[in-house]
Design a protein around this ligand. Sequence first.
Ligand code: FRU
Length: 559
Amino acid sequence: MTTKTLTFGLLLSTLFATSASAQMKIERLAHDNCNIRVAASEQSKYLLLPIEDKAPEANIRVIANNDLQRTINVRLAQNKVDYYVPFLLDEFRGKELVLSATLNIDRSNRGGVGADVRLKDIRLSDTFDSSNKEKFRPAFHHTPEYAWMNDPNGMFYLDGVWHLFYQYNPYGSMWGNMNWGHSTSTDLINWKHEPIALAPDAHGTIFSGSCVVDKDGTAGFGKGAVIALYTSATATPRGDIQFQSLAYSTDGGHTFKKYEGNPILTADIADFRDPNMFWNEDIKAWNLIMSAGQEMRIYSSPNLKDWHEESRFGLNLGCHGGVWECPDLMKLPVEGSKESKWVLIGNINPGFIFGGSATQYFVGDFDGHKFTVDDEARYQNGNALWQDYGKDHYATVSFSNAPDGRHPMIAWMSNWEYANDVPTMQYRSSNSIVRDAYLYKVGKDYFLGSRPAPEYNNAGLDKTVKVKGSCTIKLSNAEGDEAVIIYDQKAMTLTFDRSKCGQTDFSQNFATKTTAPVHRKLTSIRIFIDNSSVEVFGNNGEVVLTNLVFPKSPLTIMK
Ligand code: FRU
């Protein structure tokens, strides 16, 4: 009896294995095309695509029963398989699926049809191994489960849950195919991976944006609906097309439906993106700030759908070394006073004084219509105030609807100079710890402070060094890798030097030393070290340096 069952079981699994592979057929076509066919009867969960990071992007048209479903760009492996990404088959079940891939290979000097791509490594599977294989993956910072991430998007807080969306490429560990990935957390330390929230559609891929909780249902999707505004982006041979689209959620931000009337906001410029909206109690209406080329555009709306342009900001102020991206605008309390001021956040790439991407800010007033800086002289002749003086602090925006009047912010911990080249593959990029934004005043000048969120207090993730004057703190490991923090009280500067800290040769822009101005004498330096990052907070947030490091082993020695 037992033997019979066993034999039968074996037979079944052999049959299944044979039929499973027969369900997929690869047809090599003329020029540089191939079709990957998956039969309608196929039951596997995934098609696993072999990826080589350095291969050119193959352009794949996903066709189900003759209809184009979407287009994706995938670096299909040519010489070696770096890793696999899963293509989910669920939604195509029962349909004849064809992935029509244009491989972008110059065949003239390579010979035979299809010989050059690892098509034999494409396979059907019911499982995908997303377990971590990276020694550099942080332990307490947010990362994607696998593949590429950039900007944090649409962050909001609701009913005890922090929602974090992010720019996500599910088909590789380099930038492309932008979706909104989604994670949630109740403590800002442990993050749960949620299903993709917004996937590309006929309007384009899904670039950065924001979410609000529409308590009064002004947008017409019910009270308490979560509304997302994002950029629909399409790259064309003659430049980018970008406009703004809306999606809404009636289940607290877990799933979104796209609004039928998209797009809802257009403009006649190429770089028009990253909508960031908020309720403005002062004018009892919604405001929206958009990046538009090298300035910001400000809008207002009663219903989150019809936006009226109010004003523009920034053409002659601050740094203009690159495109202005990912704006934010918020009213912040000035520490130790009853005063509040508005702060306009403008991420910029490139243009940072130490190269690449960074976050500049402007302090002033906003009446719901126009933002005016307090003291223009601070931002003239290309001068800028930077929120963080490390190399890896970008696309920084705040959570909406945070409790207790807080304005917690997250930065993407990377820099466009080398984001695609950092030495990890199974995932690429992490986010900073959450920092609560506040203002502090020294003389007549206001500065933006970024204080580690209170959730990290007593979590045992950090070390605080009491400071009485100039000092040097060395972070190292047994292999001799060293990251150095130098506080110079005479020069009033705080420096982070990672030039001798493990792997730096993947980019000539990585081995750096950056220096921040210190506006008030430091009494403490608080340090968060994770496997591949060091975040340094002078006076618990008055001066901050956020940097990636890739040491041979974690930096466990502090002297
Ligand atoms: C910033 C950015 C945004 C854009 C997104 C695309 O890093 O360039 O301006 O929306 O990334 O992924």
